[in-house]
Design a protein around this ligand. Structure first.
Ligand code: GDP
Ligand code: MG
Length: 313
């Protein structure tokens, strides 16, 4: 069955490069356009670079840090030409992203409970499905909880993924109390000796405080059913939202103390630079990135690989 196949790690780097093509064209292409053919790193050139970085959604703090470094390097004549600028950028970006390079380790608790949150359409359910397949392939016993009880379609979508991955889905009727569904799921995980529970949630807009209250309640209920749970509070962010993603993540973090991020739809955006901004502002590990709709397109985040994929010709 097509969905049961292993994550295809053949040519993972090429796929990553393809997935980041739009961001690369915008960001690296933008730099090339500014620097190409120019000889001197002067103030005018730095200002043009600044604009490119801002348009690539790097974020204001990162941009000013990078410019300071470039200015300093140019003054000391360490940065003289295009290749020096790119090397410097690559190094600075890697330094930032390295802070976020920390794999999700589900062996720290058994069962291990993952609470997946994020606004509507960010890719939560799809990510959960892909993760379920991945964990099953790693010989883990996985259970999914249909905590998005807002719409019947949301429950059905998770059930389809459950079938693909060959795992049980704990659900209730649409409109049911999500905390009750999640409490049932915690009981099921204990009774069935599962290794991992992944809980889906509804994602109505973060500006409505009741979503945060609902999610906090789910967290409390998890801890009541299994002290210490959830072990991972994973925010799924749609990279195409650009700068908005940073403020979204900050709001969720404030209320729910995030432990990990998933950045989806990097393949559909030229604004992939936003990952730098989010990491710089929040310092939360990026567990996975989504570079397409296929099962293999959810990738473990690797800072060095990510930066190489962006900069490599
Ligand atoms: N291109 C692309 N599409 C994605 C990615 N992740 C999710 N999607 C799509 O985004 C849409 C919304 O996803 P869904 O999981 O239903 O979002 P939810 O509302 O947060 O549960 C679906 O059409 C997914 O196929 C990704 O990494 N790349
Ligand atoms: Mg969903």
């Amino acid at each position: 069955m097509i969905f049961k196949k292993k994550w295809n790690e053949k040519n993972p780097f090429r796929r990553l490069k393809e997935g980041l093509a739009k961001t690369r064209a915008n960001f690296i292409g933008g730099i090339d356009k500014v620097i190409g053919g120019r000889r001197k790193i002067d103030e005018e050139l730095l200002e043009e670079l600044e604009e490119t970085f801002i348009l690539a959604d790097l974020g204001i703090h990162t941009v000013s840090d990078i410019l300071d470094g470039l200015r300093e390097g140019a003054k000391r004549e360490k940065i003289r030409e295009e290749a020096d600028v790119k090397n410097y950028l690559k190094k600075s970006m890697l330094e930032i992203l390295n802070q976020a390079d920390s794999e999700l380790d589900t062996s720290t608790s058994s069962p291990f409970v993952i609470l997946v949150i994020g606004v509507n359409g960010s890719g939560k359910t799809t990510t959960i499905g892909k993760l379920a397949v991945k964990f099953v392939n790693d010989n883990k016993k996985v259970i999914l909880a249909a905590g998005d009880t807002f719409r019947a379609a949301a429950i059905e979508q998770l059930e389809i993924w459950g079938e693909r991955a060959g795992v049980d889905v704990i659900k209730s009727k649409s409109g049911a109390d999500p905390s009750a569904v999640i409490f049932d799921a915690i009981q099921a995980v204990k009774a069935r000796n599962a290794d991992i529970l992944i809980a889906d949630t509804a994602g109505r807009l973060h500006t409505k405080t009741n979503l945060m209250e609902e999610l906090k309640k789910i967290k409390r209920v998890m801890d009541k059913g299994l002290p210490g749970a959830p072990h991972e509070v994973m925010l799924v962010l749609d990279a195409t939202t650009g700068q908005n993603g940073t403020s979204q993540a900050a709001l969720f973090n404030e209320s729910l103390s995030l432990t990990g991020l998933v950045l989806t739809k990097l393949d559909g955006t030229a604004k992939g630079g936003v990952i730098i901004n989010i990491v710089k502002e929040l310092g939360i590990p990026v567990r996975y990135i989504g570079i397409g709709e296929g099962i293999d397109d959810l990738r473990e985040f690797n800072a060095a690989q990510f930066v190489d994929a962006l900069f490599e010709e």
